[in-house]
Design a protein. Structure first.
Length: 561
């Protein structure tokens, strides 16, 4: 069966289909998502989450959530809680309780003893610098450690004393005895355990030796009955070690590691170490800053779980690495919000309009749809009165060619309201336009005007019912497509100084007094904006983050190609 014919439609599913036909694992499919709790999840992790949980769903299998918590120096409960929230928010439910690699520490220790007893692991006492030199290079084979031929009894004694805390950090390490001349550097007697005196967030001070990832991961997979261990391509060279570990102990099951291309997005950094630097050095407002590529940052910006899942499906699963255009993500976000986002009007840079022929003190309620293509979302009320606000950019005293907005003696329609014509322009002593006087046509509500054709439709709000809001215009965090591409230039140098612009004095329609907190709004003619509850509590007035603009440049480019 080809990948196209397989249930999930990609090469991993084709492999699983073949395994099932051969009766492996009794036809069961068990996957896992194994994040390290040393940072927040980002858009790259979303691809892995969607793949692992999606595969399990496709085959009525299970996907576990297991934290690879073997390095307590960089891990915290904050990260654990954030990761669980992100996975749940994306719409996935893990099988059984949350697992931790630390759940298996005692079992892993026993497996290490098993390797020592077979003569396949030994305690090495080389300092780190010398151990690196003995390891060789890609063009030069390594050399055997002078401690490689210690007896089984000596290795068992030293390893047990390592656990008992008798030695300083770096004094000893447990290494696999494989082949110091192996072309694959990962097989050159890799470290299995190192000494580290660090309180662990799950086990406290019970351990002072911690297993390495390449030893922990296959055995944790086996302990959980994982059938297919899905990893990104950088682990392809680690697969021989993954298999070696499982082949040389007695695991309860035999998982199969399969690699796929990771998600790389232009204008983005996804290194957790570098994202942490942005947070620690104050370049962003925490891990959930809306400019961050973290799932929590995307959530605060107003991106929906459906948009992220759709994006991951658009990217696909393959073995070919590459850079994905940020425009593809923006297209997925925009496409989802266009279908579901309620509409509202917000004037970013207001200029007052006085309808000179509208009665003073009078007003009327106009009914507009919440979503023009979805009647089930209902309607909203806006006030029409003598004084209104429009956006300053929608007026030109001397309009350029093909101008479709307001100008002296020209007419425009106001969204859901009447047609009006500018009859006078009021300026201050400096010659700046401060107010527009217009006449509205009372016969044009909801009908095409007769006698003249307005050149455009503008958004607006009534001055007496407008809500003061703050709008934050977020853009791409970096102004370079590959901010980490030049190793001679600090990626910080590529930060976009225009990645955040804060607009105050904005005027919004009254439906935004108590805005929805579960879905971004389409501010008509402006883009999609999401209510930021966290920032609102600080600012004391509603704050809206721009999720994405209305323009879809990627879709146009992809259609041309």
């Amino acid at each position: 069966m080809s990948a196209e014919e397989s249930k999930a439609g990609h090469f991993i599913a084709a492999i699983i289909d073949e395994d099932r036909r051969e009766g492996k694992h009794g036809g069961n499919v068990v996957t896992r998502f194994p994040p390290e709790p040393n940072g927040y999840l980002h858009i790259g992790h979303a691809k892995s989450i969607c793949l692992n949980f999606g595969i399990a769903e496709s085959y009525n299998g299970e996907c576990t959530l297991r934290f690879d918590d073997t390095n307590p120096a960089k891990e915290s409960q904050e990260y654990i809680d954030a990761i669980k929230e992100d996975v749940s928010w994306l719409g996935y439910e893990w099988a059984g309780p949350v697992r931790y690699a630390s759940d298996y520490f005692e079992r892993l220790y026993e497996y290490a003893i098993e390797l020592i007893e077979q003569g396949k692991a030994y305690v090495c006492s080389l300092p780190a610098t010398e151990a690196a030199e003995y390891r060789g290079s890609l063009t030069r084979p390594g050399r055997n450690s002078p401690y490689r031929d210690r007896t089984v009894a000596e290795n068992l004694d030293l390893f047990k004393r390592m656990r008992a805390g008798e030695f300083a950090e770096g004094k000893h390490a447990l290494r696999a005895r494989i082949d110091m001349a192996a072309p694959n550097m990962n097989l050159r007697d890799p470290i299995l355990y190192r000494i580290r005196y660090q309180t662990h967030h799950q086990t406290g001070d019970n351990w002072c030796i911690y297993p390495m990832y390449d030893f922990t991961h296959p055995l944790s997979d086996a302990a959980e009955g994982v059938t297919h261990s899905l990893c990104t391509l950088e682990f392809e060279d680690h697969r021989p070690l993954y298999d070696w570990v499982l082949d040389n102990v007695t695991p309860p099951c035999r998982p199969r590691q399969i690699e796929f291309a990771r998600l790389n997005l232009n204008y983005t950094i996804t290194s957790k170490r570098k994202l942490l630097r942005l947070v620690d050095e104050g370049y962003v407002d925490g891990w959930n800053d809306p400019r961050m590529p973290t799932i929590s940052g995307l959530r605060r910006r107003g991106v929906t779980p459906a948009a992220i899942r759709d994006f991951c499906e658009m990217v696909g699963i393959n073995k070919v690495g590459g850079i994905v255009d940020m425009g593809m993500l923006e297209h997925a976000i925009r496409d989802d919000l266009n279908q579901h986002a309620p509409r509202a009007m917000c004037v970013m840079d207001p200029i007052k309009v006085v309808l000179v022929n509208y009665p003073e003190g009078d007003s009327q309620q106009l009914t507009l749809p919440v979503h023009p293509q979805d009647p089930e979302q209902g309607t909203r009320e806006v006030t029409w009165s003598r004084e209104l606000y429009i956006d300053r950019e929608d007026f030109a005293e001397v309009p350029p060619g093909k101008w479709k907005r307001l100008a002296p003696n020209s007419a425009v329609r106001l969204r859901g309201g009447y047609v009006m014509t500018c009859v006078d322009v009021i300026k201050n002593a400096k010659g700046d336009v401060v107010e527009l006087h217009c006449e509205y046509d009372p016969e044009t509500l909801g009908v095409n005007p007769t006698g003249y054709k307005p050149k455009g439709v503008l958004h607006w709000v009534a001055a007496d019912t407008a809500v003061d809001v703050e709008v934050r215009l977020y853009d791409r965090m970096f102004n370079s497509e590959n901010p980490d591409g030049d190793k001679n230039v600090d990626f910080i140098e590529h930060l976009n100084p225009e990645s955040l612009r804060i607009l105050t004095g904005c005027k919004a329609e009254p439906s935004l007094v108590q805005p929805r907190a579960d879905m971004a709004y389409q501010f008509e003619r402006e883009g999609y904006f999401f209510y930021d509850k966290e920032a609102t509590e600080t600012q004391g007035l509603p704050v809206f983050n721009r999720t994405v603009t209305l323009r879809d440049s990627w879709s146009k480019i992809s259609q041309k190609n």
